[in-house]
Design a protein around this ligand. Structure first.
Ligand SMILES: *Cc1c(COP(=O)(O)O)cnc(C)c1O
Length: 358
């Protein structure tokens, strides 16, 4: 039986979108391929709320995260971490020989503008990375406020953010916030199959990256950017055209729904799950302001057997997620992202209640 995925990615893809993956292949050096990739990029610009160039990558989001920190750091990167994916960005820096420091928050707490200010006041850094939506913890960081701080006090520092589990599900204003590189993947709020990712990149990030000597090759953001300009939205290597067909179609659906309505639907689903979690358990993130709109991390205050629950849910055609890493049994996570409706989320919760006798 198919299990409806309420894990924080991949999530279920609507049947009509899935079918677009079966579109017959086209040559990747044709005008048709250019038009398709241009169309996808232009639609993504709307979702990203940016005028910056979009780079598509036939890799999951981690590829672009690695490419971004390696391509953009000339001096040193300050990597702000509130969980596993912030930690991952730091590991990528280290693995690539990119000078970086990790600045971690207390578990369950956000990256604050004060923390960023304190780090940047040292003058050591020319790049910062922030996880806009930390999927291991269910934290949404105040990326708008951090952007304001950068504009006011540190206008030369490049601002890189990870929106892998939030773009298309919550309001992310790349241009207004002054984000230089914003990264996302297909398999989360965009409601597409896993295997592709996209980022926006500012002109000044491209110019800064040109000064970096060893940017690698496959994920060299300058190489990708220049190729797009020269070859009308084509890429140096063969992209997943199947994904492009599905993306082009799904982005039309997302824009037809309307971003505001889509974001409101995510909040509606989030509020339902939060209310249920508060009543029966507790929320891992205590400060309302930083709760993720796309997934909820529930603290397992009554010591339920999360693995057992998931097994029983599986028999009913659902799947949720245990806590991430150290939080495996202490928390569990329910995603409410992509194309899911409040009705579907209610159905999941009803099944959990029946299994647990809540
Ligand atoms: C899923 C996720 C990633 C990793 O993305 P992949 O597409 O699996 O490489 C990175 N950051 C966050 C916040 C995520 O949720």
């Amino acid at each position: 039986m198919h299990k409806k995925l309420f894990i924080p990615g991949p999530i279920d893809v609507r049947e009509d979108v899935l079918q677009k993956m079966a579109t017959p292949q086209i040559g990747h050096r044709t005008k048709e391929a250019s038009a398709l990739q241009r169309s996808v990029s232009e639609k993504l610009m709307k979702v990203f709320q940016t005028k910056n160039q979009i780079i598509l990558s036939t890799s999951s989001g981690s590829g672009l995260m690695e490419g971004a920190i390696r391509s953009c750091t000339r001096k040193r990167a300050a990597v702000f971490s509130v969980g596993a994916f912030g930690d991952r960005w730091f590991k990528m820096a280290k693995a690539n020989g990119v000078p970086a420091d990790k600045i971690s928050s207390v578990p369950g707490k956000p990256t604050t503008p004060e923390m960023v200010d304190e780090a940047l006041a040292t003058g050591k850094y020319d790049v910062i990375t922030v996880t806009q939506n930390e999927t291991s913890a269910g934290i949404m960081n105040p990326c708008g406020e951090i952007g304001e701080l950068l504009k006011k006090k540190y206008p030369d520092v490049l601002y890189l953010i990870d929106t892998v589990s939030s773009m298309g599900g919550t309001d992310i204003r790349v241009d207004e916030w002054g984000v230089d590189v914003c990264i996302t993947s297909t398999q989360k709020c965009l409601g597409l199959p896993a295997g592709m990712s996209a980022c926006s990149i500012s002109e000044r990030a491209v110019e800064a990256a040109r000064q970096v000597e060893n940017r690698g090759m496959y994920f060299d953001l300058v190489e990708l950017y220049d190729f797009i300009q020269k070859k009308d939205h084509q890429y140096p290597s063969t992209p997943s055209l199947s994904h492009m067909f599905a993306m082009d179609y799904q982005l039309d659906k997302i824009l037809a729904e309307g971003l505001e309505k889509r974001f409101a639907r995510h909040i509606e689903m989030a509020e339902y799950v939060r209310a249920w979690a508060r009543k029966n358990f507790a929320l891992f993130v205590e400060d309302e302001k930083y709760l993720s709109n796309t997934l909820t991390t529930v603290t397992n205050t009554i010591g339920i057997d999360v693995g057992g629950l998931n097994k029983k849910l599986g028999e009913r055609g659902f799947m949720i997620s245990n806590g991430y890493g150290d939080l495996k049994d202490k928390t569990f996570r329910i995603s409410h992202m992509g194309d899911y409706t409040l009705g579907e989320v209610k159905e999941l919760i009803k099944n959990i209640n029946e299994i647990l006798g809540l």
